[in-house]
Write a protein that binds this ligand. Sequence first.
Ligand code: NIG
Ligand code: FE
Length: 405
Amino acid sequence: MKKLRNEIWTGFSRVYTGKNIVKKRGRCLSYSDLDDIENVSVIVREGKIKAVLPTAKVGASLRKGLKKIDGQGAALMPGLIDSHTHLVFAGDRAGEFGQRCAGVTYAEIAQQGGGILTTVNATRLASQKMLLDLAVQRVKRAQSFGVTTLECKTGYGLDFETELKCLRVVDQVRKIFPEMTFVKTAMPHHAIPQGVSRETYFTESLQFLSRLHKESPFEAVDIFVDQCYFTHQDLKKLAAWAKRARVLLKVHADELVCTGSAGLGAKLGAVSVDHLLKISDPDIRQLAKSNTIATLLPGTALFLREPFAPARALLDAGARVALATDFNPGSCYSLNLPFMMHLGALHMRMNPAEVFAAVTINAAAALGQKNRGAILPGFIADFTALPVGDSGQASFEQVLYHMAW
Ligand code: NIG
Ligand code: FE
């Protein structure tokens, strides 16, 4: 949906404002916190929500100069936010997927020099134009799922030139889709290139990170802390760099094995720690005490044939949870955020209000985005219209109910 300037959004069967969820700051939500109001109109002035008020009260003077957007019975909610994607890469890994289906594990493929490094080779060889064409197709697909804000990580370059090429692709994508919001995350710390030691690569890449930031400024950095990838020590050094550069810190934490990186990320002030398939109980408590968002990626668990992250334990402890796709060629080849919401609701036992928060204000917080993720005065006018189902009704539950709509 477009973020248009001066408009009146009317004729929606219901509007989900997210008011109670904002009041509770996205934590400890019950189903009844998912509030919807009928017969209201949303007034947008200069891209911001000015008022949400009963349609009957919108007189001619209030409508003046506003373009009318007619919902035709759809439901309106804040724009869906996919807060974790690896958008820019070349090629796919269908061959390796075939091997995985025949019994070879993700880790075994990586140890044989495949996995992330397969995509690194393809991405290094691809021109910026080829990468842009692929990214544009992917953004269109995300849009078709109602996504209006997309985080885009690099991480398939692992050298200065290729990482910069990928950051520049996101800069171009931003210009092509002005109606959407993109958050750029640099992730040269995604894997260790062939033929170098982790120590050498980490030192080198920390140096080129500053140059990358100068050439194509990004909002966040991310690091994959896991067995055979980066260490706690590396995470601490990157956190110090991020603080100096005033860039947000994100962590791929406790995905393949439990390393305690979720808790450390929270202590270091990471804006989000993501994956958490193997998070420990003390780290769940640590996260619940912090403002760090626990970003869960159910598509990845499904694709890796791993148990889902312990969403219920995190939510019951009081953590703020987001849901995202983790779109990437190796561990989740899908941009279908509504499908992730379905998995969150049904298989991770998140109630509808928790799922709503997970793709609106909690996802916004995971990207350091203020005033986004609710339909309330002062918030950015950014909406997703939810289609009418077979019953003739449009609702948030319809989205959860449809399996891969
Ligand atoms: O988020 N964990 C690291 N990165 C990706 C997988 C990348 C790949 O296999 O290409 C993830 O799961
Ligand atoms: Fe990821």
